[in-house]
Design a protein around this ligand. Structure first.
Ligand code: GLC
Length: 474
């Protein structure tokens, strides 16, 4: 099967969040399973000189963006056995940062149209195009409204994957003619609540819609989770499903990780104690046998930081220590900084993005706290389990699908249902009790043995793609 996988970010070339991890590891798993999956993304300024030196210029063409015709260069790169096409347009992509510009709509309209245009310029005819999130949501829209009947575009099936329904690509109606440039009699595909909504366009036109966990697929039918899009999905359940993401088990491997103090595995977890010791030292925390709770996240209430703030003193009262890494809203940054200042032997906060420190926290902490309001999938809980760090999570989205409460005997973490600070506190307290018992190490070993590699999920994607290809639409 030939699969063209497109996203606005993908490791190893550009990353700002979990989407880049998925776009950097699912295609490799599909290739490993014997398919030809290639990835398309913009050539951002963040691509390093060393990476650029390895890229090969292939060709260029022009892309219609409303009434404009824009240059698009194509560079080919290779990583992890996957071919990448990096689309070059300096005006749109040679900027500091990936998103947040006044013309993001135009930039990603360009990307989506360039992706579909690319098909007729390279020697690779996809059976499936899988696009992701609002930035590439127009790919199936262009396919259905403009390209489908062109030579070379026959029988392509499109899949749209939602990583987070909060970000939809909503713009004023004027962008329809000025930037998007589909025939105006198709405007209804993109129109929603009096605005243009790119994600809704993908719901209308893609052959399948997937989400990054089974639970999130039904949660987003509910207004509490849908950020207004439940009505757009209501008639689309027949083509909506969710598969849990995997993680890159080579990148996150405590038995080989060079960023951590000592390597260890499920068969011999003694190195984890050394990692904890080193972490406590690095962060200046007291080494007194208390459980360390890791938190690596964006500091926004959506991630449940308001719950943490609400009962932080109580959690300290249980005897827990905290290793916190992330950045976000000032009110939360200030709160954590103040706690770290007042209780500097119990609480450490590092503001910023530090991939190596993140790995040392995954390895050195005992528990990992993730009380999100909603979590389409979440990767950190799976990474922490890989490092034998027991997750404490709210039962939502991918957290609900990957973490089962250990209270019943066979779970891998601690969970709570309602978005309530004291329910979270009680889960932390139960984890704390088990930590001080003889059974804790069994749970650590059990978590390290859980399989969160892409093998299972890649099979589900392959099954879905095959079903689409074999479907007789005529
Ligand atoms: C988004 C979601 C996160 C998910 C990631 C990868 O960042 O918020 O839950 O793990 O995408 O799919």
């Amino acid at each position: 099967m030939n699969i063209l996988y497109t996203a606005s970010e993908a490791l190893p070339y550009a990353a700002s969040g979990g989407l880049a991890d998925v776009a950097g590891s699912l295609p490799a798993a599909l290739c490993k399973a014997g398919h030809d999956c290639r990835v398309v993304l913009p050539l951002y300024k963040s691509v390093t000189q060393e990476q650029r030196a390895e890229l090969k210029f292939l060709l260029n063409f022009t892309v219609d963006v409303g009434w404009r015709r824009q240059y698009c260069g194509v560079f080919e790169g290779h990583a992890n056995g996957v071919t990448y096409y990096l689309l070059d347009n300096e005006y749109y992509f040679a900027r500091d940062g990936l998103y947040g510009f006044y013309d993001d709509c135009e930039r990603f309209v360009f990307l989506s149209r360039a992706v579909i245009e690319l098909v007729s310029h390279i020697d690779f005819k996809p059976d499936i195009i899988n696009c992701n999130d609002w930035q590439t949501a127009l790919v199936p829209v262009y396919y259905q409204t403009v390209y489908k009947f062109r030579p070379g575009y026959e029988d392509i099936k499109t899949v749209f994957t939602i990583h987070n329904i909060q970000y939809q690509g909503r713009y004023g109606m004027d962008v329809l003619g000025d930037i998007i440039g589909i025939p105006l009699y198709h405007a209804r595909l993109l129109e929603y609540d009096g605005a243009v909504n790119l994600m809704k366009g993908a719901f209308e036109t893609a052959d399948k819609i997937t989400t990054v966990s089974p639970s999130y697929a039904w949660e987003i039918l509910d207004p509490w989770y849908s950020h207004g899009l439940d009505r757009a999905l209501a008639g689309k359940q027949y083509k909506l499903c969710g598969f849990l993401n995997g993680i890159d088990t080579d990148l996150y491997d405590p038995s080989h990780d060079k960023a951590i103090a000592k390597n260890y595995s499920a068969d011999d977890i003694s190195g984890k104690a050394a990692c904890k010791k080193a972490l406590l030292k690095e962060l200046g925390l007291a080494d007194d046998g208390s459980p360390v709770i890791g938190i690596i996240t964006r500091f926004v209430s959506h991630k449940g930081i308001d719950l943490i703030k609400y009962v932080f003193e109580e959690m300290l009262g249980l005897g827990c220590q905290f290793a916190i890494l992330g950045s976000g809203e000032k009110i939360f940054e200030d709160f954590f900084k103040e706690m770290a200042w007042r209780r500097n032997d119990r609480v450490s906060v590092t503001v910023g993005f530090r991939p190596d420190l993140a790995k040392r926290i995954y390895a050195g902490a005992d528990m990992f706290l993730m009380p999100s309001q909603s979590e389409p999938c979440g990767l950190a809980q799976m990474i922490s389990m890989r490092y034998g760090t027991v997750p404490i999570v709210r039962e939502t989205g991918g957290l609900r699908d990957s973490v089962k409460d250990a209270g019943g005997g066979d779970g891998n973490g601690f969970t709570f249902k309602t978005y309530n600070a004291h329910d979270m506190l009680s889960a932390v307290s139960r984890a704390n009790d088990l930590y001080h018992s003889d059974n804790w190490d069994d749970l650590v070993r059990h978590d390290m043995k859980c399989d969160y590699s892409w093998d299972q999920s890649a099979k589900l994607y392959i099954g879905l793609y095959e079903e689409l290809i074999n479907r007789n639409d005529s």
